[in-house]
Ligand binder design. Structure first.
Ligand code: NAD
Ligand code: GLY
Length: 354
């Protein structure tokens, strides 16, 4: 068993441990970071069948009391109804402020468990055990927690940093390829916004190699996210760079009613569209867009969509990241070189259309 530790210094300081064989040792790792004696594991039904028993056994063999709450997998569960059920489960098991929640699963489990931890009894500790590539490289690190409302995704949330993140790369062996591809959308994004070496590594590999090099890829992505979060934990500036491809990506997801295209593919299209515009306006080096396309192709992310960019402009203006009267878009001038460009809403429509 090999592992690497990456320290994140935000409003709380914590480690992200990346390696294989970590789940079996959950009990030992959590002992390092909390004085809690009782843990509530929150997971979904798919992940529970695969890993629930291993994690709960390890916690209990380390001498702790452990309870488990399981909800149906999928984005539809990231809602107020599930949240209320989690609160009831915590009440019925007399979970107190000195106890600790554990999110075992993908971004859905991580986001709702984090939000429960931020709000139940006005806040208690939580630990992330992410089991999808997306959750390992992105959602488990940085402290954004949320639930969806019928009116939109992630509309209610809080910043709440975990006490520990355990990224067990073995869990990717059971992850269906569609979710691996989805996570790669964010991985390519990290290369584009912050790391020429990561982008070059991705250019030399394909989706078939990712499980084999997952530890290296996750470490690189988490280190980038660590730097961004440490610079701007509360999303006022630098953290916006993580939004590269996302404004157009969200509009594409909305166009397909959040069912016809996955988030990772929509972000990939958004990155490609904005890079094409940047290149045509001499804001990006020549050839960058075709380099990005070739890289996306290797990860089955270079998909075509129906709407033209001009059809997406209006939906972009509803983006959560919009400020009154202006919108910030993220542009990469080369691999690993990103910046935020703030423009009045009127100019944004022209920018996309020309
Ligand atoms: P997910 O949690 O729905 O997981 C995808 C599917 O994979 C689920 O069906 C799950 O049961 C299954 N699964 C998970 N681990 C598995 C494994 N090891 N083997 C087999 N199946 C497994 O989705 P996701 O893509 O992980 O996360 C998406 C969510 O993350 C969205 O709600 C999004 O808003 C959120 N998100 C949050 C942040 C943040 O910073 N908080 C960042 C990005 C995305
Ligand atoms: N996933 C975007 C962020 O954490 O800010």
């Amino acid at each position: 068993m090999e592992h690497t530790r990456i320290t994140v210094k935000a409003s709380g300081t914590y480690e992200v441990i990346v390696g294989n064989g970590l789940l079996e040792k959950t009990g030992e790792y959590i002992r390092e970071v909390t004085k809690a004696e009782t843990f509530a594991v929150i997971t979904d039904d798919t992940v529970d069948l695969l890993y629930g028993e291993t994690v709960c056994r390890s916690i209990s063999e380390a001498g702790f009391t452990v309870y488990k709450f399981v909800f149906p997998h999928g984005e539809a569960s990231k809602c107020s109804d599930t949240l209320l059920k989690i609160y009831s489960f915590l009440c019925s098991n007399h979970i107190s402020r000195t106890d600790c929640l554990i999110a075992l699963g993908g971004g859905v489990v991580g986001d709702i468990t984090g939000y429960a931890a931020a709000t139940f009894l006005r806040g208690l500790d939580f630990i992330q055990i992410p089991t999808t590539l997306l959750a390992q490289v992105d959602s488990s690190v940085g402290g954004k927690t949320a639930i969806d409302l019928p009116e939109g995704k992630n509309l209610v949330g809080a910043f709440k940093q975990p006490k520990l993140v355990l990224c067990d790369t073995d869990t990717l062996n059971t992850l269906p390829e569609e979710f691996l591809i989805d996570g790669m959308g964010e991985v390519v994004k990290y290369g584009m916004i912050k790391s020429e070496p990561l982008f070059k590594l991705l250019e030399t590999r394909t989706i078939d190699d990712i499980r084999e090099i997952s530890a290296e890829v996750i470490e690189k992505c988490v280190s980038i996210k660590r730097d961004v979060v440490e610079a701007d934990e509360f999303d006022k500036g630098e953290r916006m760079l993580l939004n590269f491809g996302h404004t157009l990506g969200h509009s594409i997801e909305q166009y397909y009613n959040y069912t016809g295209i996955t988030h990772g593919k929509a972000v990939a299209v958004g990155m490609r569209m904005i890079t094409d515009i940047a290149e045509r306006r001499n804001l990006a080096e020549a050839g960058l867009c075709s380099r990005l396309e070739n890289c996306l192709e290797k990860y089955k992310l270079n998909v075509q969509v129906e709407p033209a960019i001009c059809e997406l402009a209006d939906a972009c203006l509803n983006d959560k990241k919009r400020e009154s009267g202006s919108i910030s878009i993220i542009i990469c001038s080369g691999t690993g070189k990103s910046s935020a460009v703030k423009m009045p809403v009127g100019e944004f429509i022209d920018f996309l259309n020309k």
